[in-house]
Design a protein around this ligand. Structure first.
Ligand SMILES: [Cu+2]
Length: 395
């Protein structure tokens, strides 16, 4: 078991910076050391003054996240509480409608500290994250430090989208010409711990046409073509500089939801043999036995199917922001659709938003029509497979 690593590189590209500083000292003498030793700052970032309650670039959000094996139930509240008609499961072999859909999986879960003994309770607001890993949240200028403990039998990583990282914190295994310490992040073995440091520069935050916050995701990327199907994926929200409340939520939004339109191809899970038998190694069932593969495709939102996502509740006229994600199977082409309301997405009015594999989108809604409404993928195969949830607009 490898020792925990707690390297802190506020620049994100620290080896290069260190090399530049050493070169400058050799050329110009030790006088430049004082400048090099200053905490590195974005050129546009003004000096920190003592009366600033949240000095720019100084907030490091630390998360203790473990990967764990669980028996995941896609239907904890039973089959089809949404009352969907003509679902594929209704056509399956006798009794299928009554059975829970349970598979052995690996998920990311948050702990309170580096001892990884007490799991951090998920706030009620985020119960709907379901199978997704803990929400990682930051404002532009902040940094995110993840102490990652691998409690599974697999070799795994954490690889963020959108945030900035050096070669020592990319969390992805391939021949990139690096060696030694710069490779330690590429694969964290069973029982090992590794600390990733990611920064949040302007290029990780909302662009000129975005609102005050955007969504990214993270996933395991040792074997990403299998690990997301295994369950190892989670959300990241980044708020524009100066646009967050103390809890990290954007100041111009009343309520936020995250929905990953996630097909879990259980034949492509690293536990596929355990879950569905010895028919084929992970990922090969699509050619060897496509019918068996189809029976083990779970058309979920956040790992929950057929209306099992907790009821998403909001009030009329609230400013509601939906962060939409998708998984990375070829079939992860989705059309999230809300009944009874419209949204603004990509600065356009819509009631259906398009997602292709592993994409991220934001939709802003000011709900107008009260009642309980369907929120589902409009792709036929996915809707029939149970990719649907309910939301409620209260007065
Ligand atoms: Cu879909």
């Amino acid at each position: 078991m490898r020792k925990a690593s707690y390297r802190f590189h506020p620049t994100g590209g620290s080896p290069q910076r260190l090399a530049l500083c050493l070169g400058a000292i050799l050329l110009f003498g030790s006088g430049v050391w004082a400048a090099c030793a200053q905490p590195p700052r974005d050129a546009k970032t003004p000096p920190v003054t003592p009366n600033q309650s949240r000095p720019r670039g100084s907030v490091v959000h630390t998360y203790f996240i473990a990967a764990e094996e669980v028996d995941w139930d896609y239907t904890p509240r039973g089959r089809n509480p949404a009352g969907l008609q003509h679902m594929e499961s209704a056509e399956s072999e006798g009794g299928a409608m009554m059975r829970h859909r349970v598979y052995h999986k690996a998920v990311y879960r948050e702990y309170t500290d580096a001892t990884f003994t007490v799991e951090k309770p998920r706030p009620a607001q985020w119960e709907h994250l379901g199978i997704l890993g803990p929400l990682i949240r930051a404002e532009v200028g902040d940094s995110v430090r993840v102490v990652f403990r691998n409690n599974t039998h697999l070799k795994l990583t954490m690889h963020p989208h959108g945030l900035q990282y050096g070669k020592d914190a990319e969390g992805s295994a391939y021949n990139d010409g690096t060696a030694g310490n710069l490779k330690a992040d590429d694969g964290v073995g069973p029982g090992a711990t590794f600390a990733y440091l990611w920064t949040v520069p302007e290029s990780s935050g909302p662009g000129p046409l975005d609102g005050s916050s955007i969504v990214w995701l993270y996933h395991s990327s040792f074997l990403p073509e299998f690990e997301i199907d295994t369950g190892l994926v989670g959300p990241i929200l980044v708020t524009a500089r100066g646009k967050s409340r103390p809890d990290g939520s954007p100041i111009d939004v009343d309520r936020e939801f995250i929905a990953d339109f996630a097909i879990f191809d259980e034949s492509s899970s690293l536990f596929s043999e355990r879950n569905i038998g010895q028919q084929a190694p992970p990922g090969l069932l699509k050619t060897v036995n496509p019918a068996l593969r189809e029976r083990n495709m779970l058309y979920s939102i956040n790992g929950l199917i057929e209306g099992n996502l907790p009821l998403l509740t909001m009030k009329r006229n609230e400013r509601v922001r939906w962060y939409l994600l998708s998984n990375n199977n070829e079939e992860d082409v989705h059309d999230p659709h809300w009944h009874g309301q419209t949204v603004i997405s990509y600065r356009m009015r819509a009631d259906t938003v398009f997602l292709d594999p592993l994409s991220m989108a934001v939709a802003d809604m000011i709900p107008q029509s009260e009642g309980t409404w369907l929120f589902h993928c409009h792709v036929n195969e996915h809707y029939k497979g149970g990719m649907a949830a309910l939301f409620q607009v209260l007065p």
